[in-house]
Design a binder for this molecule. Structure first.
Ligand code: FBP
Length: 572
């Protein structure tokens, strides 16, 4: 068998469920959107989403607490597989569509641990509350909707994927449904498949697209609701209503384990500086969380670099100062964390990337003719380009992703920093300002964190979000994101509901046009998480205060589902 003992045992594990989802509940309006007055009233948003204006947040409430089934309040009930005939289901008590449902689901963008449990959450909701319903998984991301490429998800074929990493049951993709012809195609498919609802699991861009789709379907009079689920290991889809995106918890724990291991090696061998680049494209949440978990000598935070307009040379000087100071104490080793997005945030390289993006988007420039493209760079940007090592130059010229982003996952910024630091230290040596030893090793911890078996927290969070997405569809709600809050409390006490996607939006200038988009959540430099790092970083630089978190635990005292990231804990 290909099954590891842990994979087999995880398959049978039953995520806890918020008490409100056990027994009878009702879906109630949850007051006005806090952002509603300022942001949704923005003329441009109104213009873009005329049919989604009247949506408000909703919250699920128990109809009567005594109806709660055995197994609520955080205990761990045995799984009783409920089939589509719903023999074990409780009767549906909502106000919406009390009938069998046809629901589609799509996973969009990069993988994030827990995705399979979202599918399972929707499926369990349908099995329990709408027996006889159908769940269709679109294959390979949004492109699967356009190509009408799908499979039916049943309790039988879902079983092997429960609590497992990856998105491979239906796959994912970075395609977009944005152009008028694609929206029309998607609406044809939704009609042909008679979908009551579509669940979109994605990051900020995918959920922006979900809102566009919800608007389009509503304008066309389709019965298909569109409900978003917050997904991304990067952790940059969060706001007052969305405490965290799924996958962030697990990915940070995988990376922190690996960093902790490197620290123990560094401390044992005492001869290397390890440069670790971590995933996280626009925001440095992963780097910050891993720093708080492991206490490295340095962690570079993009938002800080951006705010202080720090150039590459400044960063290298700071690192050289740290290395030199440690050398005085005979410590010629250490750990340096950096986010993959750093390259875009360094002002001089950011400007270069921006000009390259424009040139690459220019259809007159032949795709493979990079030499001629480079000659079109302006003087300052050309100088920066020529200063960079050849490998980084080539990586900067790689094709952009479908959202027009440079593929930072493929740019070896850690090698660039190491090379520049070597040059700087050599210079200082010649000047008699550095007498230590320096040897660096580079690592990229990226893809290995995206498909790990989800932690108990992510497994539970995802199953909950999937279940809630099902409820919102049954209630005929559209244009909402499924939410779970009070995550610092035991799972039984989590509050769940839906929040309007358009209330998470703002207008941004993208490729020369004003566009409504869900705002990316960057690290807040005046927030508690960065504040905690700021207080300790000097001490970590000088000392060996390493903290090795060890592997993810699924059982025992350190596996509790409330044992989530420090980023979440510090924000509650
Ligand atoms: P999402 O925003 O879609 O969740 O993806 C995030 C991410 O994991 C980034 O951290 C990384 O830069 C990128 O995906 C890599 O993308 P790809 O899988 O296309 O190489």
């Amino acid at each position: 068998t290909n099954d590891s003992p842990i994979a087999a045992s995880r398959r049978l594990w039953v995520p806890r469920r918020p008490a409100v989802l056990v027994g009878s509940f009702e879906v109630l309006a949850d007051g006005q959107s806090p952002n509603g007055t300022s942001e949704t009233c923005d003329g441009k948003l109104k213009e873009a989403f005329p049919n989604l204006q009247s949506l408000g947040p909703v919250v699920l409430k128990n109809k009567s607490s005594h109806e709660q089934l055995n197994g609520a309040n955080g205990s761990c009930p045995e799984r009783s597989i409920m089939n589509m005939n719903g023999t074990n289901g409780t009767s549906y008590q909502g106000n919406g569509r009390a009938k069998t449902l046809r629901v589609g689901i799509v996973l969009s963008g990069g993988q994030a641990p827990g995705g399979h449990n979202v599918l399972a959450g929707v499926l369990d909701y349908l099995s329990e509350r709408h027996p006889g319903s159908t769940l269709l998984g679109f294959k390979g991301g949004p492109g699967g909707i356009l190509a009408k490429d799908y499979m039916e998800i049943t309790q039988d074929n879902m079983a092997p994927f429960r609590n497992q990493g990856g998105f491979h049951m239906i796959g994912s993709g970075r395609g977009k449904i944005e152009k008028p012809e694609d929206l029309q195609k998607a609406s044809n498919v939704a009609q042909e498949l008679r979908l009551d609802g579509l669940v979109v699991c994605g990051g900020d861009d995918s959920n922006t697209n979900a809102a566009v789709l919800a608007e389009f379907f509503k304008a066309k009079g389709l019965r298909t609701s569109v409900i978003g689920v917050p997904k991304t290991i990067d952790g940059d889809l969060k706001n007052a209503q969305v405490a965290t995106s799924f996958g962030f918890d697990t990915a940070c724990k995988v990376y922190s384990e690996m960093i902790g291991n490197l620290m123990m090696d560094a401390l044992s061998a005492k001869k290397y500086y390890h440069f670790v680049r971590l995933m996280g494209r626009a925001a440095s949440h992963i780097t910050l969380e891993c720093a708080l978990q492991t206490h490295p000598q340095a962690a570079i935070i993009c938002e800080e670099v951006h705010q202080s307009n720090r150039r590459l040379a400044d960063i290298v000087h700071e690192l050289a100062d740290m290395v030199a100071a440690r050398a005085e104490d005979d410590k010629n080793y250490g750990i340096i964390l950096l986010p993959e997005g750093l390259i875009e945030h360094v002002p001089e390289i950011g400007a270069l990337i921006s000009e390259l993006n424009d040139l690459l988007a220019d259809t007159d420039v032949a795709v493979n003719c990079h030499d001629s493209l480079v000659t079109k760079l302006s003087g300052a940007n050309l100088a920066v380009f020529q200063f960079l090592p050849v490998a980084v130059r080539q990586q900067l010229l790689l094709d952009r992703d479908p959202h027009g982003n440079v593929q930072v996952a493929r740019i070896e910024t850690e090698k660039l920093l190491l090379q520049l630091l070597e040059v700087e230290l050599e210079k200082r040596k010649q000047q008699g300002k550095f007498s230590g030893k320096f040897a660096g090793l580079t690592h990229y911890f990226g893809y290995e964190g995206r498909c790990s078996m989800p932690t108990n927290f992510d497994a539970t969070y995802c199953a909950t979000l999937g279940y809630v997405a099902g409820v919102l569809i049954a209630e005929d709600k559209t244009g909402l994101m499924a939410t779970a809050s009070c995550l610092d409390k035991p799972c039984a006490d989590w509050s769940v509901g839906g929040y309007p996607l358009i209330d998470m939006m703002c207008i941004e200038r993208r490729r020369g046009k004003d566009k409504p988009v869900i705002k990316k959540a960057l690290v807040e430099l005046n927030g508690p998480v960065y504040g905690a790092f700021e207080q300790l970083r000097q001490r970590w630089a000088a000392e060996d205060a390493y903290r090795s978190p060890g592997p993810i635990q699924f059982h025992g005292p350190t596996a509790d589902c409330a044992n989530f990231t420090l980023s979440l804990e510090l924000c509650q």
